[in-house]
Every structure is written in structure tokens, then in C-alpha cells.
Design a protein around this ligand. Sequence first.
Ligand code: RIB
Length: 337
Amino acid sequence: VSSATVSHVLNGTRYVAKETDARVRQAMDELRYEVNSVAQSLKLNRSRMLGLIVSDIANPFFTALVRGVDDVARSRGYTLILCNSELDPEQELRYLRLLRQKRADGMVLASTGVYHRYYDQLIEGGCPLVCVDQAIAGLACDAVLLDNEAGAYDAVTHLIRLGHRRIGIVGGAPVVATSGERLAGYRRALREHNLAEDLELVREGNSRMNGGYDRTLELVDLPRPPSAIFTTNNLTTLGAMAALRRRGLRVPDDVAVVGFDDFEWTEFFQPRLTTVAQPTDEFGRSAGELLIARIEHGMADKPKRVVLSPRLIVRESCGAGSLADSSDLERIFAQSE
Ligand code: RIB
């Protein structure tokens, strides 16, 4: 067959009859031929490789996000290279440089939030970046974000409507922009319901279990402990629940809990967790589609910002019973007001 036909078989760039396709692949097997992707990317100036850097691979939110990006990448003929920065800005920068050296065609970045000049150099050099979960101040690139402030506002308003007046918050790592956005939603809910903020109820965690555990112990050990706690991400919630159990406190009878991030295990907790759900699969798919569009159709038009909506899922940990979601509660609260 012609070299063009072999190329179409290798790259799937045109239909090849099944028997011809089979003959080419058999010849490759007999010759033990492997595509030289380095040579291919130099020739085509495309590696069909995408980089994805997440800040905490142990966090189920990012695991689900990876699946969304990978689904899109595979369906469009790209290979995904996954890196984990462990919330270390220097490690993140090292991975970005390495991925570019490996000729990644573009990158999705669940960033640590710290800007570096190199990020602009990447984009100016024709390597598109798409930020997910949080944008990077000062960096003009596509981003897929959540309305974190609204999610936190809904969570805390829900607790206020259930009668709680002393509501603690265990925030995330301050370097992560979503932590500040969720704290802002907590504060707006208190303000709009004429509740004064008590700074001893505001605790700064690290978006991980140990921070959730330690800060929750501080809250419940206060002389005037909160009757409810809002935990601002999944791992923080796990740590908080362990701390409440450590103090022998019942949820929701002694302390009501609302967390941020829904994940598979929330249904298996006793009581089941009330959480603010993020559309994690949509995060990944949207980021993957935006990045491939940039790679294949250029970077002329201005950066796009997709803001996804959170959803409050009401279960038993807040004390409101097993209503399916906040729409049921809206109806009940409307009747009671
Ligand atoms: O658990 C992951 C979520 O919490 C993400 O939104 C990230 O920003 C962290 O704060």
C-alpha cells in the first residue's frame, strides 16, 4: 500500500477499508514497528498530548476532574499526561516546563494559584492554558470555575433557616482562591440575616483532613461552641467528622454539619452528609473542550470564563431530614415565612 495509506491507518485521518487496515497492522506487528511520537510531533508540530496538573491528587474532586478531561481527550484523539503539584507552586512550575519540553500541545491547570511570568510565556509561545477550579490573578487565559461564593452562601443560609445562630467555618488553604470565595459566601449569609460575625468561629484550615480535624476541635472546645459547622471542602469535612466523633458529639443533634464537595461516600456516612455539590465531570469536560478548541482553532479570541453552578444537597447531617435538595426546602421555608 502507499505510505499515505499507512499514515491514515496510524493517525485515523481518513477511512481505510477493514482488510487494508488489517494488512497494514499485521505488517507493523511482523516488523515490530512502533510510531515514533517524538519524530511525529516534530514533523506535525503537534504531539496530540495534553498536560493536566492538579494540586492534590489525593482529593476526590480532582480525581473526578481528571476523568472528565480524559474522556474528552481520548474522544478527540489526544493523550493525557497527569501531574500532581501537591499544592507546591515550584513543583507546578517544574511540571509546566517539563510538559512543554515534551511538546504538550496545551495544558489544563488546577493551579496552586500563584502567578509566574512563565505562564504568560507559554501562552505567548503558542501553548494554550486552561485554568480549572481557580483562576490565577494576572493571567489572561480560559478558565472553568465554580460560583463558590454562592455555594457557601446557600450552605450557611440553609443553617440559619434551620435556626442556627452560632455557625463555625473551617476554611481552606488561604493560597487557594476558592477558600476566600467560600469565606465570602459565609460572611454574606451572616450579614444578610443580621448575624454578627464572631471571629472565634472563623478557622483557617488547609483544604485537607488534618486541617479539618484540628480546626474543628478548636471550635467545639470553645467556651461557647457553635451549634453548626460549615466545612469548605471534602477532605476538611472528613477531618471535621473525625474530630466530632473524637469529642463524642452527635451529628446533627449536638452539632449540625454542612460540607462543600459532594462525593460517593457522602451517602454512606451516618448521618448522610449535607453538602454543596460541584459538577466535577462538567469541570473536566468543559476544560478539555476549551483547550482542544484553542489548540485546533487558534488563540485569537479573548479568554473565555465558564462559571458553573453549585447545588446544595440536603441530607441528615444538617438536621433538616432527608429532603432531596434545596428546592424542597425552598417550598417549606416559603410556607413558614
Ligand atoms: O475539594 C476540592 C475543592 O476544594 C476545590 O474546589 C478546591 O478549590 C478546594 O478548595
